[in-house]
Design a protein around this ligand. Structure first.
Ligand SMILES: Cc1cc2nc3c(=O)[nH]c(=O)nc-3n(C[C@H](O)[C@H](O)[C@H](O)COP(=O)(O)OP(=O)(O)OC[C@H]3O[C@@H](n4cnc5c(N)ncnc54)[C@H](O)[C@@H]3O)c2cc1C
Length: 445
């Protein structure tokens, strides 16, 4: 039988390899480390955790990432199995002994007779065969160049510039209002495409002080090559002058406060819809290197966001990722070259768990193809399905930035109470529905 080739033995590639061999299909696993290094990896082992040693919350009732753990375990995932074996005490989080964990993943794959390890960097995209590209946020330059040759230069980003994303139901609409600047747009929906949060002069000055004082993270050494001026962090804009933001992303022009039409806001923060469901909004132009704790404090100073709950916080990192909503089909194949599947962080998901989950799915889909079957994605009521649906279609392609799994990606349950208070009933209902639907999806295979 023709093997499936996987480029990259990170979190995604390792999980994909495992899933494929469980279905009796051979794998060739291409890995460039340790011969070719990245600025973040430290070893030649597979599935190296480059920064924190945590797979985040393991709560599969009240937390979306915990639900994703549950689904990966139900699907016999290697990453979750090895994480469980090398677990460290960390409250409700799944933290691991990182070295023991990646040594164990490496050993499992090296010991698997259906896996052939092929050391070395892949620099071209193959025209034929069944391939999975799982080269991660630090995809080597030569391969990134080859990918851009097929997708176009705009379609593979080298940095993410993530503006914070807010759960729509937690925005205080008695303070904020819907309006596009100058009411632009043909339809009413377009004229109301943005949510606006007004600031007085005092609120603006207080906000700038907090931005300047907030703790920031630094770029890693070697990370900034290719970083450009077009996605400056808001705190850097504020450092360039206290008025810079008021003339940039916070300019108050073309907007009338629907609650107080006589009051001219001194500055306005705009939020734009981030998904087709309308459950998530991003804060326009607010990419930042502030530390996560500081972000929550500073952004809750914005009138209307005082109780905001964040689906993800902002960041700027070296990160190669595709514009997947335009490039990948729902089987995770590259539309212009369907012999290539993509998996992991390079598809525009964010995080160890999400990357490994996309590896699991791509692996099962590639194995199905090798066995002349077709595997549809899990329903988007599941954590895995919600995530793959987001990257391959649900997300806004124009503003696409990497995404963590979160309940905002799940289709709402109309009968459940919305808002923060409804969570204690809503979240268990989401995760129960996800478990039922994921089990049914597994049972079809
Ligand atoms: C600096 C940094 C810190 C991060 N911190 C965290 C964190 O704390 N928590 C979190 O959840 N997520 C974090 N992430 C995000 C992300 O979850 C991880 O990067 C994760 O490892 C992604 O999994 P992956 O399998 O897609 O990529 P990787 O795990 O990076 O695996 C990709 C593999 O492909 C190999 N490769 C690349 N190009 C080629 C090529 N041309 N030929 C052959 N092999 C190749 C690489 O050597 C690597 O082994 C971080 C990312 C970065 C860059």
């Amino acid at each position: 039988m023709e093997p499936v080739h996987i480029i990259g033995a990170g979190l995604a590639g390792s999980e994909a390899a495992w899933q494929i061999t469980r279905r009796g299909v051979p794998v060739v696993l291409h890995e460039m480390r340790p011969a070719v290094e990245t600025f973040a990896h430290k070893s030649g082992d597979f599935a190296e955790m480059v920064c924190s040693n945590s797979f985040r919350s393991d709560d599969d009732v009240m937390n979306a990432v915990g639900q994703l753990h549950w689904e990966m375990r139900a699907a016999g995932g290697l990453i979750m199995e090895m994480a469980g074996r090398h677990r460290l005490p960390a409250g409700g989080a799944l933290a691991v002994d990182r070295e023991a964990f990646s040594a164990a993943v490496t050993q499992m794959l090296r010991a698997e007779p259906l896996v052939t390890i092929a050391p070395g960097e892949i620099t071209q995209l193959p025209d034929t065969g069944n391939w999975i590209v799982a080269t991660g946020p630090l995809t080597s330059d030569a391969l990134a160049h080859a990918i851009r040759g097929v997708t176009g230069t705009e379609a593979l980003a080298f940095f993410d510039a993530i503006a914070p994303i807010v759960h729509a139901e937690t925005i205080d609409m008695s303070v904020a209002w819907e309006q596009s600047r100058y009411d632009k747009g043909e339809t009413l929906a377009e004229q109301k495409a943005y949510i606006n949060c007004p600031m007085t002069k005092d609120e603006y000055e207080g906000f700038i002080d907090a931005l300047l004082a907030a703790e920031k993270t630094e770029f890693h050494e070697g990370e900034t090559a290719g970083y450009f001026d077009g996605c400056l962090p808001i705190e850097v804009m504020a450092e360039r002058g206290r008025e810079t933001l008021r003339h940039g992303p916070m300019k108050p022009v073309g907007l009338t406060n629907a609650h107080k039409p006589q009051d001219k806001p001194y500055a306005v923060v705009q939020l734009r819809r981030d998904n087709a469901l309308g459950t998530l909004y991003n804060i326009v132009g607010f990419q930042t290197k502030m530390k996560y704790g500081a972000q929550t404090q500073v952004f809750r100073m914005i009138p209307g966001l005082q109780n905001a709950s964040f689906a993800r916080l902002g960041g700027i990192h070296r990160n190669s990722f595709l514009n997947s909503p335009t490039l990948l089909d729902d089987r995770m194949r590259l539309r212009p070259r369907p012999n290539l599947r993509f998996a992991g962080q390079v598809t525009g998901v964010e995080g160890y768990v999400e990357s490994a989950a996309m590896g699991l799915l791509a692996g099962r889909m590639a194995a199905a193809q090798a066995l002349r079957r077709d595997l549809p994605p899990p329903p988007f009521t599941t954590a895995m399905g919600a995530l793959v649906n987001h990257i391959t279609g649900g997300a806004e392609a124009k503003t696409f930035q990497p995404m963590n799994v979160n309940f905002g990606l799940f289709p709402p349950l109309p009968e459940m109470r919305s808002g923060r208070r409804g969570r204690k009933d809503r979240y268990p209902a989401y995760t129960q529905r996800a478990k039922d639907d994921f089990s049914a999806w597994l049972a079809t295979q």
